[in-house]
Design a binder for this molecule. Sequence first.
Ligand code: NAD
Length: 254
Amino acid sequence: MRRIGVTGAAGRMGRTVIETAGDREDVAVVFAVDATDEEKVADKPIHEPDDVAALLATHEPDAIVDFSVPEATVAFADACAEAGVALVTGTTGFEDDQLDSLKSASEDVAVLKAANFARGIQALLATVRAAAGALPGYDVELTETHHNKKQDAPSGTAKTLLEALAEEREEDFEEVYGREGIDPREAGEIGVHVRRAGDVRGEHELMFAGNDEVLTLSHRAEDRGVFAAGALDAAVWLADRDPGLYTFGDVIEG
Ligand code: NAD
């Protein structure tokens, strides 16, 4: 049984993580943290973000599972590094300096960051790499759709897919997909289309178009439970790891 703390606990994903953990026998939520006025989520009291260091010392969890906002995640990563506790984060929208902070924390403890904890997205990434290799020169257009409360755009998953494409084509990401001074994911040669509507959990579609043919690859998350299950699997896997920065692909590959 792994003991986990949940940060961003009152959010859409944090709640789902707590609910999903309640149905599993390999994890137990030992504390919940959020910057909210709510006092409880499920049967878990909500603690203030400033209490994290004390909660880590008192409850000695195996890992924190975090779905919050980038600035909070960075603070939680620092606290985890100080306390020697692993961190799994699904938060997206990090700036470069915030990513550097996560990397620093990973020198002291195991940190796993994933923009998408759905196993189907890992399969999509592998398929996209294969398609990019097999279809050189084809135009690629990426469309992502999420609920209308999502803070960042394009999605972290869209960026991960674009990075996989660039890597597979052995092209310099900035040069090929963007113009100087403009976010390459917004203004590059690959069209990136962002849609925000209703309560859509997350859809990603890539179209590879050549002369006289079109290949379409797509993934749709139907319930937030798929992300929560993946994040909890990641926490169980990460608890025994050495310090370092890990991906969800590492969990799937074992
Ligand atoms: P949300 O807005 O519903 O939840 C975020 C929670 O963080 C809120 O409850 C908010 O009060 C809390 N928060 C804000 N500042 C905080 C602080 N300083 N300390 C503690 N808590 C704080 O958002 P969501 O839909 O749950 O998504 C959260 C993040 O997870 C987003 O970045 C989203 O893109 C990402 N996400 C990732 C995956 C994945 O599989 N990796 C899946 C879904 C969402």
